[in-house]
Design a protein around this ligand. Sequence first.
Ligand SMILES: Cc1cc2nc3c(=O)[nH]c(=O)nc-3n(C[C@H](O)[C@H](O)[C@H](O)COP(=O)(O)OP(=O)(O)OC[C@H]3O[C@@H](n4cnc5c(N)ncnc54)[C@H](O)[C@@H]3O)c2cc1C
Length: 393
Amino acid sequence: MDFTLDEKTNAHILKLRHFIKKELQPLEEEVEAKGILDSSLAAEILEKSRALGFYGMNIPVEHGGGGFNSVQMVYLEQEMGQTTDPLVRRAFGNVYEVLLACNEAQRQQWLIPCVRGERTCSIAMTEPEAGSDSAGITATAKPDGHGWVLNAHKCPVGDGMFSDFYVVSARSENVEGSRGISLFLVDRSMTGVEIVRNMPMMGLRGSTHVEIKFDNVKLGPENLLGERGKGLSLLLSTIGRIRLFHIGARAVGMGRKVLQLMTERANQRQQFGKPIGEFQMIQQMLADSLIELNCAHLLVLDAASEIDRGLDPREKVSMVKINSAETLGKIADRAVQVFGAMGYCKDLPFERIYRDCRVLRIYDGTSEIHRMVVSRGLMKKGVENIIGNYLAN
Ligand SMILES: Cc1cc2nc3c(=O)[nH]c(=O)nc-3n(C[C@H](O)[C@H](O)[C@H](O)COP(=O)(O)OP(=O)(O)OC[C@H]3O[C@@H](n4cnc5c(N)ncnc54)[C@H](O)[C@@H]3O)c2cc1C
């Protein structure tokens, strides 16, 4: 496989790298210390990002997006991974691909403003009693003759405080399991939508994760996204690319940054009269990190190229989700070790990265759930049909 990029994409990646270094990375420590990104700064970085063409890069050109394919997006997202989640969200938004299921009227109201960076949205699936079991929700959308009446309790909803609207899953049909669930576009300003609280997390300071109640929210037929009763499969069919980009590629990007800093430290830090990089146990940490990171890098590109070739690499997407999350976790842990006391100290970013990356094994499907997907796929399809897709027929 050839993952070489064309000149135009290459130039865009370098421009993005420069933007992140110049505009976002200098804000990281301030956001961490304050727990919030100043709203005027947020507006400023959004404006600059839009002007440079960094908004909605994953969305097809006909909807006003960048139109980058999956392999190109992986490289772009690896750059985004080199800064923090709250800054990525403010600069590049949450343009979820499930919004591509909008019909023409919905496109103007919900999708296009999102692609333009004028509005932003969150996905509200998880409930206090339904996390991994996303079909086990108790949220209901009852037909009322005209549209629907939504009752739901969702948490945590990532970026929920900042979002203008939510894509909410609710049971609309009298059928058990995933087939009775639909998705609804719900504006935050609608009567009955209440953000109950922000839920403080271990890391990701500067992002919000909220608990939201939807109490008898009256929705019209125009609020239904996609087909009735097919919401969960719609969401799951679009979430693969998002998992590859937001978790797979970003984790590799952050891993690259951390490993580079570890390597510089191993060269510079002297103990017992020599650089610590000359000690074999430090060398092992560096070597293992590079091996695992390169494997993670290739795995995410491999899955992305299958998507671009029109295949459905769901096991590979799950493998990426598990592997990138766990690889970054191991590298962040080794970075703390290589930096010693300074690795544990808040003067340097490693303790923050160590906390921030822990969530990658939990959200967007836990590592356990993704291992289930991988092993079920393996037992059903066999090894060759998952990793042997390269032979010409
Ligand atoms: C920071 C953050 C942001 C989030 N943002 C959003 C968001 O924007 N929108 C949204 O809808 N949700 C969001 N979530 C929720 C997230 O998707 C869920 O946390 C995740 O799906 C796991 O659900 P749970 O936390 O309820 O864990 P549970 O499902 O209760 O699982 C608990 C443990 O049991 C294990 N487990 C469960 N079932 C099985 C099984 N069948 N086999 C083996 N092990 C199993 C899990 O792997 C886990 O280790 C967010 C969570 C966090 C932490």
